[in-house]
Design a protein. Structure first.
Length: 656
């Protein structure tokens, strides 16, 4: 009879529990213990009698042997995987992590032996690993070929492998599928780091919401960003609030208000004034520089300050399409950044009164353009929610149309108007105040996986909460890692490896990302190419009011030379081997690639977005560039095929 193939081991590092047999005393297989080495001799009343107590030592040895025999192991359940319409999703990987470190139920597509013996979980996102790099055929996208089952990885001794660590550590590669729609792929990171609310947490939030609705407060100060929110959203924080931001030369901060002096002011003067602000920037050799600032009073709706600002360095690109600034308009500017700072310090910190409140959309971008630190901020990108939940932020134009019922930023190539954007922020805050704190918040039953982990007890029955860490490129503490116990920002894969080696020993869950291979392959592209500018019914992602040029119109990056590709594979292999060697015993090790080559999908989405923009601006078909702006039904079908290809990824599971 053939052996059943229902369970497929996820890793070749398999260990089986030894079979224990009873052995008769005195038989050849029984070793007679030495009582003088292992026994404790107790003297009784009579010197002729002794009692040898070996039970404690024997019990301890049995417990230790039993623990050593509990070897955690992953086994794919093929009978459940074939029932699925799609391959394993990114949220399935997320739920597996939550089961191993928290309170999520076990997955049905994976059998986990001795799960409670797993001490730590390390999950790595490594885009760029393709089937060809581990000697596997290309992943099929046809449902008839059943592309969802795990694939056996050939041993590196049998075939040349670009990343031999994978083949020597994992026995199977499991196909995965990234989130998205027919014509675009969504963020793998967002899908992994957001999870459904636990029923208990959902009930707690509903109770909190009902209490908040009963206590209806129309004071705008309730929407002030907390210090934690400022840190999470990368605000330049004043030094007297926290030592988390070092002001470079040329920066100023609004001084701390004298709370005791404010108490003795008349009641009508104890309230903080509120101003909406919006800035526009142009590009110089030093990067983006402030070129216009507009400030509007909240109570009077009067523009109190509107100046064109002369940057200290010559302008390289006016970014007119977004900033609305032209060479002609800026040629008359005489106001400098220090003069703007001096005015704002006077406005925001009036002598003898409370500090004023600044309102804006993604206000941290404006403060950085102004080189200004301010403690009292309201951000419409924070108090209003993106329909897909945190950490995504809604765009100002979408918010204004959705909740205020009017359209802004409709000047096309004329760019944004900072007065228009500032007034939109005023209207959104007034709507929030009039309708309550829950106005503009979508009923999203999701939360960060780190919030979920913080409420869970430590695995293995050791007690205590689960400690989590994120090691990633850039500043993960601002986005997906904001709720983790530790965040390490990195500039290279070498720094990621160093950070992982530092945090893994002291945290139950650690996430890291190696992007070196994807960088070499040309896979890492700006967000606009993977998630193109939204249609009118979809919110944009909040960001600077002066974005960079749309990258979808750039040609597809060429493939690297064999020498460069081999060097990148060797570096990645070395990083994975170094990390795995340093992992403690009984650590679950999860590697997933997230997606496949997105370059063709990105190029097609860029052309589609350019076509839609041209049509929206009233351009005729004969005036469009056939290479960069034209779009046909055949292009649409190709885009759907390329999106399906790009969504395919791989996952590798094992236990150290």
């Amino acid at each position: 009879m053939k052996r059943s193939q229902d369970f497929v081991p996820a890793s070749p590092n398999r260990s089986f529990s030894p079979i224990h047999k009873k052995v008769k005393v005195g038989s050849p297989g029984f070793a007679q213990p030495n009582p003088f080495e292992t026994a404790e001799v107790h003297q009784s009343g009579s010197p002729e009698w002794t009692r040898v107590d070996k039970r404690k030592a024997k019990k301890a040895r049995k417990a230790e042997a039993k623990q050593e025999a509990r070897i955690p192991r992953f086994m794919y359940v093929n009978s459940e995987i074939v029932k699925r319409r799609d391959a394993i999703h990114i949220d399935d990987i997320r739920d597996l992590v939550l089961h191993l470190v928290g309170d999520a139920p076990p997955p049905n597509w994976l059998r986990i032996e001795e799960a409670r013996s797993i001490n730590k979980v390390v999950a790595l996102l490594v885009p760029g690993i393709t089937p060809s790099f581990i000697n596997l055929p290309p992943l099929p996208t046809s449902a008839t070929a059943n592309p969802n089952l795990p694939l056996a990885i050939p041993l590196p001794s049998d075939h040349h492998s670009g990343i031999p660590f994978i083949a020597s550590t994992f026995s199977h590669a499991c196909p995965t599928r990234a989130p998205g729609e027919q014509t675009r792929m969504w963020s793998v990171l967002s899908q992994f780091f957001q999870c459904p609310l636990h029923p208990d947490e959902r009930r707690r939030r509903e109770k909190e919401r009902k209490i908040s609705e009963r206590v209806f407060d129309k004071d705008p100060t309730q929407y002030l960003l907390t210090l934690q929110q400022m840190i999470e959203n990368d605000y330049p924080v004043p030094s007297y609030l926290a030592d988390v931001f070092q002001k470079p030369d040329g920066w100023v901060e609004v001084p701390q208000a004298n709370a005791e002096a404010v108490k003795f002011l008349p009641h009508d003067r104890q309230r903080s004034r509120l101003y909406a602000i919006d800035c526009e920037m142009c590009l110089t050799e030093d990067g983006k520089e402030l070129t216009r600032v507009c400030v509007i009073d909240f109570e009077t709706n009067i523009v109190v300050y509107d100046k064109l600002v002369k940057p200290p360095k010559p302008v390289i690109d006016y970014l007119t399409r977004w900033s609305g600034i032209t060479e002609e308009s800026l040629s008359t500017a005489t106001t400098t950044l220090p003069e703007v700072q001096a005015y704002l310090l006077t406005l925001l910190a009036p002598r003898g009164g409370p500090n004023a409140i600044l309102l804006g959309h993604s206000l941290e971008s404006d403060l950085r353009a102004l080189h200004l630190c301010h403690p009292m901020c309201i951000d419409t990108a924070v108090i209003y929610h993106h329909p897909r939940g945190r950490p995504l932020k809604p765009g100002l134009a979408w918010l204004t149309k959705k909740w205020a019922g009017r359209e802004i930023q409709m000047r096309g190539e004329g760019g944004h108007d900072p007065e228009e954007d500032a007034r939109a922020c005023l209207d959104l805050l007034k709507l929030k105040i009039a309708n309550g704190a829950w106005f503009g918040e979508f009923k999203t039953d999701t939360e960060s996986i780190f919030e979920r982990m913080s409420r869970a007890t430590r695995m293995g029955g050791g007690g205590g909460t689960v400690r989590s860490a994120v090691v990633d490129h850039g500043n993960p503490g601002v986005m997906h890692g904001s709720k983790a116990n530790a965040c390490v920002g990195c500039a290279s894969d070498d720094e990621v490896l160093k950070g992982l080696l530092q945090v893994v020993p002291s945290h139950e869950f650690t996430f890291g990302r190696f992007t070196g291979l994807a960088d070499v392959l040309g896979w890492v592209t700006p967000k606009g190419t993977i998630e193109p500018p939204p249609t009118p019914g979809t919110p944009a992602i909040a960001g600077s009011s002066t974005p960079t040029s749309f990258p979808g119109l750039k040609p597809t990056p060429p493939s690297p030379s064999p020498e460069i590709l081999q060097a990148a594979q060797e570096r990645l292999n070395s990083h994975l081997l170094s990390l795995y060697t340093a992992l403690p015993a009984r650590t679950a090790f999860i590697i997933f690639t997230g997606h496949s080559d997105p370059r063709r999908m990105s190029a097609l989405n860029g052309r589609k977005a350019a076509f839609e923009t041209a049509i929206k601006n009233g351009r005729k078909a004969e005036d469009m560039d056939r290479a960069t702006e034209w779009w046909t039904a055949a292009d649409g079908r190709e885009l759907e095929e390329e999106v399906e290809k790009a969504k395919r990824g791989l996952m590798f599971l094992g236990v150290k």
